[in-house]
Design a protein around this ligand. Sequence first.
Ligand code: 7RM
Length: 635
Amino acid sequence: MSNYHIKHLEEYYQVYRKSVRNPEVFWEEIAEEHFMWRKKWDNVLSWDFTKPEVKWFEGAKLNITENCIDRHIYTRGDKTAIIFEPNNPNEDAQHITYRQLHDKVCRFANVLKEKGIGKGDRVCIYLPMIPELAISVLACARIGAIHSVVFAGFSSSALATRVKDCDAKMVITSDGSYRGSKTIDLKGIVDDALNDCEGVESVLVAKRIHSEINMKEGRDHWLEPLLEEAYHDCVPEIMDAEDPLFILYTSGSTGQPKGMVHSSGGYMVYTGYTFKNVFQYRENDIYWCTADIGWITGHSYIVYGPLANGATTVMFEGVPSYPDYGRFWQIVEKHKVTQFYTAPTAIRALAKEGVEHVENHDLSSLKVLGTVGEPINEEAWHWYDDNIGKRKAPIVDTWWQTETGGIMITPIPFATPTKPTYATLPFIGIQPALMDEQGQEIKGNQVDGRLCIKFPWPSMARTIWGNHQRYKDTYFSAFENKYFTGDGALRDEVGYYRITGRVDDVVIVSGHNLGTAPIEDAINEHPAVSESAIVGFPHDIKGNALYGYVILKETGESRNHDNLRKEINQLITEQIGPIAKLDKIQFTSGLPKTRSGKIMRRILRKIASNDTANLGDTSTLLNPDCVQEIMDGVL
Ligand code: 7RM
């Protein structure tokens, strides 16, 4: 039996039981046999969810880039580590070998050092999906700097909030980016953001679109000449297992995003181990995850997990619709992709365009398909299974979060029988629990409740940057001695889990987590707006879309409502980014409120979803009359 590579369902159950009965013995074995340490740990695990404090492999020393790069040079130095597929299909793909990756990461690391970056400093990376993104992430890790990647679709003010929150000393960006037929002025966005960020000493700028940009004397530096001059080797900084590796922001129920802090040792072990098993990765496979490295999926399953296994990982710069809706399948055919991992929203968008975009491509290389980011509906699941996997490639519906660092509930391909819309079974070492609203665990099968995790796992976030109290309040206070995920789930008759969706004020739109509070904050800055409430409602492609109820300061005919709608969406675009724009905006004179003044979002959600048959008791509201007004005005 192999604990590292699980191949049968029986093996899964055996290894799972072992991992739960004696987690320390189990994880010690995985860590010891499959990773490279400069010094072994004194203690595998110590934890206390009441503080909360979790430490894995305490006392151990390592550098994650030695695990992801150096050790592979001896065994697979000429193997491709990263395939870069550009936005424009006529531009050549780049194949970066492990040896070349070592050279590039070391040079970049030396540039960081020369610009005054050292262990523990924060570096904000705001780059499109070009090789420099993966290389800069690894370069930070090489010297122990904490990277904070901000998705390059975020606005300047969202970027500024994140740069300031972690007090970044440096920003890494590019002149601009390609996105389908468009170009985006990334450097201009960075310049706007930095007007407001005093702590940033330097900006490194990669050249991608060759646009005319402004370079601020003394602060901004072109990357290429610095890399050319830099020395090609860099001794890795030796880190403690619990030293932070990166910060990644995720939205929450207040305006300030939460900077989730991930560790070096535990994160490496868990992402490496899950990658191997969830994708059944074998040497010579070509693995492609379509996420952006700006999200956790890209961190864990484009960069760290695959490279820790010496895999070949594809990085795609473009979008699924350019130059046409067959682009994903053209890339699968071109690079003979064996594992393909994407989001349900992408599947739905492609399914809508019809199978003709699929049919003229050879997809026979595909062995495993994956989805992540939101619940996958049955129709999309079958479309994926029938047309992409041809019913031969199992679909792994992987549930996890920015906070969990790695995949938590998932089938293991060829071992776990799949079931549409079910993420199925907990991964090795993961102990889920369903809780009722009184805080009791619901045992047995065919039940549903709030999804918690009862026991630590190596890649869990250790804190929220600069705000440990918020970490405790958000994740460890709802249920005693448990990590609360914010999701609801059900468990079927055989113990399979199906994630039913968020039970808090987060809405998942096209696989992106959006807190409703920050969007409301943005809208409320409009001079004509007095109050607003945002809820999600079902959408065929995006999974959910946003519906905004807005109360104006002055009602009446004085303002053109269509113009106001545009201005509101413009404000949201500026403050958060275009992904947070509202699909529908309804002006109303009141919002349903409880006697304590809380907006009853449950009612607004039902109205937005056209599910008004069962609104529940509205008579206890402070202002029951507004419910009818809102229903009459539905868009
Ligand atoms: C990896 C990622 C986390 C939230 C999570 C869920 C939802 C993610 C699934 C899913 C149903 C899935 N991180 N979610 N995966 N819901 N089935 N397979 O997406 O931090 O950006 O989002 O996404 O609500 O709490 S994330």
